[in-house]
Write a protein that binds this ligand. Structure first.
Ligand code: DLL
Length: 433
């Protein structure tokens, strides 16, 4: 698609030199370590036990001396134990639900909210969005960081914001078409649901005013990206973030340098470690992404183990590094009959076969000692019985030859595969029932 929307020149702050960035990161890191040590007793104890002190930090590489922080650390300190400010300074709380146990709670000072808004505004601007655009936000509003995070950023940029939140898909479609939103922010799986609703109502998604979508909060395959771009006629850009760091806007795909995402390294310091040994690995190699906040006041997080798999490398446009799009989390991996399988690998193959609708779910079950992987999918309403049969065989064959695992395919009636209204639940594991 032709790129008429100029972006980077509107954001001089991202045009720092490598040296300026290094200096900024080093100063900010030192300050963050000192604050964490002085104001969060948990860090002080952990680092004392570990034999490290903020004085041991001089150069950026020294960060490797400090221990990791995990979701468990936040859980142990539930709800506010890791805050570095008194509660009277905290103007906002968010929480991520997680699948088990207590939620992890995150807090923001007024300055944190301003920084966050600025980073989302930057991400949108570099996605080609600006004043004069109407941004329809279908990320959930509430304790999830998606809705409000996107909202404050879009508003700061001067866009007209439609705070639709998630759900009521028919109403979303009415709003998008009647108000003529030019940009949408939503999870990719919910976008598929919105597209489906448009098609059901005889609306061609390409006929809407949408020009760009900023999608994130869950892994999505390149094939899904292509499908969304093709069906809606938009640029589908990737935005990454996590509540422990801030929310959306830690990294974002840039319209003038498409593919993967720039990490906003002036606010977050990324590292990659081996996913099994946790030893640091060189740029250019895949491993677990580790992030340290450089400007967060309320909740400084040092070396957070995100469990997201990515690779860092130098981009062409900016002096901040790029991270490869996240196709999986370390805890997403399914081991089926001894073979490691990521849901995204199945998605990539599945979405290439035209007979199937893009809504799917993976069901894991056990017969005796054997694991079974069944893919629940729907077919397009006009698919003939023969083409369905043939497509099932193609799917099974491509998965067997590409991933090395035999799967079962179960064709469901229209609407039977649950539709996402936020983060899709791709895998249902019934093996321990
Ligand atoms: O999902 C924040 C967010 C909201 C990001 C809206 C982007 C857009 P959490 O609920 O804490 O925060 O979940 C964070 O979601 O560790 C990744 O596993 C996953 N994730 C987020 N963005 C992406 C992305 C928000 N672009 C977790 N691609 C992260 C793949 C993503 N996975």
């Amino acid at each position: 698609m032709e790129n008429k929307r100029k972006t980077v020149s509107y954001y001089p702050k991202v045009l720092v030199s490598k040296d300026e960035l290094l200096d900024l990161q080093t100063r900010r890191m030192k300050h963050t370590l000192l604050r964490a040590y002085s104001f969060v007793p948990y860090y002080k104890k952990k680092w004392d036990d570990h034999g490290v002190h903020p004085d041991d930090f001089t150069f950026l590489e020294d960060i490797k001396k400090f221990p990791f922080t995990t979701k468990e650390d936040l859980r142990v300190n539930y709800p506010f134990g890791m805050f570095a400010n008194p509660m009277s300074d905290i103007v906002r709380l968010h929480a991520s639900s997680g699948t088990t146990g207590k939620p992890t709670v995150v807090g923001y000072t007024r300055k944190d909210i301003a920084t966050w808004s600025d980073l989302v505004a930057r991400s949108l601007r570099l996605g080609g969005i600006g004043k004069g655009d109407m941004v329809h936000i279908s990320y959930g509003y509430g304790l999830f960081t998606g809705g409000l995070g996107a909202h404050y950023g879009a508003e700061k940029l001067g866009c007209t914001v439609v705070p639709a939140s998630g759900g009521f898909t028919d109403k979303q479609v009415t709003l998008i078409t009647d108000f003529k939103a030019t940009a949408i922010m939503v999870t990719p799986s919910y976008m598929l649901n919105i597209i489906e609703e448009m098609e059901r109502r005889g609306i061609d998604p390409k006929e809407t005013a949408l020009k760009v979508g900023i999608f994130g909060a869950e892994p999505w395959s390149m094939e899904m990206k292509r499908k969304i771009e093709e069906k809606v006629g938009i640029d589908a850009l990737d935005i990454y973030g996590l509540s422990e760091m801030m929310g959306p806007g830690v990294a974002c795909e840039v319209l003038e340098d498409r593919g993967d995402m720039y990490v906003w390294e002036d606010h977050f310091y990324p590292e990659i470690v081996d996913k099994d040994t946790f030893k640091p690995i060189q740029d250019g190699n895949e491993g677990e992404l580790i992030l340290t906040t450089l400007t967060k006041e309320a909740l400084p997080i040092i070396r957070y183990r995100t469990k997201d798999l990515s690779t860092l490398y130098n981009g062409d446009l900016l002096n901040m590094r790029k991270m490869k799009r996240i196709h999986a989390r370390t805890d997403d991996m399914m081991i089926v009959r001894g073979v490691n399988v990521f849901p995204s690998q199945i998605e990539e193959i599945l979405l290439k076969i035209d007979t199937f609708s893009p809504h799917y779910q993976i069901i894991l079950s056990r017969t005796g000692n054997m694991d079974d992987l069944t893919i629940n999918i729907e077919t397009k309403t006009n698919a003939s019985e023969n083409s369905i049969k043939e497509s099932i065989n193609i799917l099974k064959h491509r998965i067997k030859s590409g991933i090395g695992v035999s799967v079962k395919v179960s064709i469901k009636a229209y609407g039977e595969v649950p539709r996402s209204e936020g983060k899709a639940k791709r895998v249902v594991d019934n093996r321990n029932l």
